[in-house]
Design a protein around this ligand. Structure first.
Ligand SMILES: [Zn+2]
Length: 274
């Protein structure tokens, strides 16, 4: 394993929300829910075997090697398969039960993304597994919301969004290039590829700046936000943490992410609380 303290990469605001969610659902919830997540993984695997194609070393050697490198880098005994399915959408997702998982990538990513961008995407999805984000399967929990208060439901959504930032950090650990991570985010959000990297970065930078300005100016009226503007926030969180993550990747010391986590956590908190 390249990095033996993956936990310290976790976004501080996610850790905070995780504790809130766990307290609200009860400390036994993840254990009580084990059977359910195991079943979900089994159902999902059956679907994948039926409707997608498993990526093996002989079928797609390059892609498989990239995937395997990410898996080796993260370590932690993770054990799972990579599947690809036909789709023009830039998307990927993972389902997991403990250390077991299945990762699905859409074919458009394999066609249009560079190897380093794929490393970011694989690392991001494996980040969800290593951080055990599946222990609170939000959509399943809320599909049967008996006993779940609106406040808990809200906290679950907030935590899910924050968990994307933790997963991005593992993505950056795997690819080692901020540009690859940022362009992967941009392309996933826009559905566009082939744009100059500097232009993509500047575009996300401007959107983040506008968002931050509006959050500062409009303290109590967030009605202008109809969805959660996560892409510019994920961009900024990645950019601010990048130097430390890349130093860690080289085996350097850890300065910690408290300052970054505070800044990004404050923005999310302001939007979430609206
Ligand atoms: Zn994710």
């Amino acid at each position: 394993m390249l990095f033996n303290d993956i936990e310290s990469l976790r976004f501080g605001y996610e850790s905070h929300l995780f504790k809130v969610v766990r307290a609200q659902l009860g400390p036994n919830f993840p254990t009580a829910n084990l059977e359910k997540t195991r079943n979900l993984l089994n159902i999902r695997r059956k679907d994948l075997l039926g409707e997608a194609v498993r990526v093996t070393a002989d079928l797609l050697p390059e892609v498989h090697k990239i995937y395997q490198t990410c898996l080796d880098m993260i370590g932690g005994g993770l054990n799972g398969d990579l599947f690809v399915r036909q789709s023009k959408e830039y998307n990927a997702n993972v389902s997991a039960h403990g250390k077991k998982f299945d990762l699905l990538i859409h074919s458009a990513l394999l066609k249009d993304f560079e190897p380093d961008q794929l490393r970011f995407v694989f690392g991001h999805e494996l980040g969800h597994v290593i951080f055990e984000h599946s222990c609170f399967p939000v959509y399943e929990i809320l599909s049967d919301p008996k006993g779940i208060s609106p406040d808990t439901a809200n906290m679950l959504f907030r935590w899910t969004r924050a968990s994307e930032i933790s997963a991005d950090r593992v993505g950056l650990m795997c690819c080692g290039k901020l540009g690859a991570g940022v362009t992967a985010l941009f392309q996933t959000a826009s559905g566009l590829s082939g744009i100059d990297e500097d232009l993509m970065i500047r575009s996300l930078q401007r959107q983040y700046e506008e968002l931050e300005k509006r959050v500062r100016e409009v303290h109590d009226d967030f009605s202008w936000i109809c969805t959660h503007p996560m892409i510019p926030i994920r961009f900024k969180a990645l950019e601010l943490a990048a130097l430390d993550i890349l130093a860690l990747r080289q085996g350097g010391g850890r300065k910690g992410f408290q300052k970054v986590d505070q800044q990004i956590g404050d923005i999310l908190d302001a939007i979430d609380a609206a």
